[in-house]
Design a protein around this ligand. Structure first.
Ligand code: ATP
Ligand code: MG
Length: 370
């Protein structure tokens, strides 16, 4: 079996049972099995194949996990077991944890005794930087032994912090932003704005591929597809320099309506200060005024290289760089970097923004995952 540990720092008081329940639920979904049980501050998974291990690496809330051997609580048995399994090893270190405080030896005493035994039997020495670090837990009725700790992604179980709506462009940043916000326990839904004549045209593009990759971390989601033809037709009347900001505000207005229908309080974007002309503080300010929802921008302060590293690690990079008919490519190349809210509001009246939004809301399709 596998033993799963979660970081407990964030788990004071009444949040703890909620956290544990959600984590168990997510582990079951991740590994596609019900063989998961919560026992005294840890979770046991009664399955230890490679698929299970790979799935657990993606479950937010897990600090570490590892294949565990459960032995009856008999020191002779434990010693024999270690002797059998550590042949050929030269250096070790034990992390002994006494969960059952009634056990007659302290964890330190057991640690010393095991080291003494291994030195005598196999010539194995203690080292601060050993070949193997062995976790031993003293439970009420058993010893648990883990020879290899595997790092989990940490954070909070997805879903525990509520739902958010991620504006997903298909580029590198918004996919990473979604990952970052999942790490803090939010369940992302997605909205994508496209320049095709029909929502169905998005089905065979990288957008669905990207959501399929991201849903590996959240188990379920919805993707809202929104056409931009009404906006594009009217935007021709607007000041070209403001088109980009108007488009951003259009996306925020439509997204806010979707969010409200879904009971969602926050929008998430992949914006990053100064990366492109539309992402100056001035412009972000003007775009923010298009919604009364909370706007989260987890990548605001990241460097591009840092974002790319994460994208590669989580498996979205190769999808994000694929060719795609991006709606931003049809929008003015040299947008204003310091739009004023007043001037933007005037332009919106000129193009009847509220009407565009209203008409667009009737053209949305939703794709559910899985
Ligand atoms: P990304 O890599 O996510 O495309 P970016 O750095 O290229 O980000 P922009 O293209 O200016 O920046 O977009 C900023 C943010 O606006 C994106 O991260 C995304 O959240 C949102 N966005 C842009 N275009 C779209 C779109 N077509 N549909 C949904 N959201 C979008
Ligand atoms: Mg982009």
């Amino acid at each position: 079996m596998i033993v799963v540990h979660y970081s407990e720092i964030a788990l004071k008081g009444k949040n703890r049972p909620l956290f544990e329940k959600k984590l168990v639920e997510n582990i079951k979904k991740a590994i596609g099995s019900d063989k998961v049980r919560r026992v005294t501050g840890r979770i046991f998974v009664y399955k230890d194949d490679n698929d299970t291990i790979n799935s657990l690496k993606k479950v937010f809330g897990i600090a570490w996990f590892g294949k565990a051997y459960k032995l009856d609580r008999d020191e002779g048995l434990l010693k024999n077991f270690l002797r059998e399994n550590l042949k050929g090893i030269k250096t070790v270190k034990f992390n002994v944890k006494r969960h059952d405080k009634n056990y007659p030896k302290t964890s330190w005493e057991l640690n010393l005794e095991l080291l003494k035994f291994l030195k005598r039997e196999l010539g194995i020495l203690f080292s601060k930087n050993p070949e193997k670090i062995i976790e031993i837990e003293i439970l009420e009725d058993s010893f648990l032994v883990v020879f290899e700790k595997i790092k989990g992604p940490g954070g909070l179980p997805v879903g525990i912090s509520g739902k958010v709506l991620v504006l997903l462009s298909g580029g590198i940043d918004s996919a990473v932003a979604s990952y970052m916000i999942m790490k803090r326990g939010c369940l992302p839904y997605y909205v994508h704005f496209h320049s095709f004549p029909n929502n169905k045209d998005v089905y065979n593009t990288k957008i669905l591929e990207l959501v399929k990759k991201l849903v590996e971390y959240s188990y379920n989601t919805k993707l809202f597809l929104v056409p931009t033809y009404y906006f594009q037709a009217e935007a021709l009347k607007a000041n070209r320099k403001l088109e980009m900001i108007l488009f951003r505000r259009f996306m925020f207005k439509v997204s806010s309506e979707i969010a409200k229908r879904e009971g969602i309080k926050a929008l998430v974007t992949g914006d990053n200060i100064g990366q492109v002309a539309s992402q100056t503080i001035e412009n972000l300010y003007v775009v923010d005024k298009a919604t009364d929802l909370l706007v989260l921008r987890p990548l605001l302060t990241y460097n591009k290289e840092e974002i790319i590293d994460i994208a590669k690690n989580i498996g979205t990079y190769d999808i994000s760089i694929k060719e795609y008919k991006d709606c931003c490519s049809i929008i003015a190349r040299h947008p204003s970097t310091r739009a004023s809210l007043e001037e933007v509001l005037k332009e919106e009246e000129k193009i009847s923004m509220e009407k565009i939004v209203e008409k667009t809301l009737n053209e949305i399709d939703v794709v559910e995952f899985p």
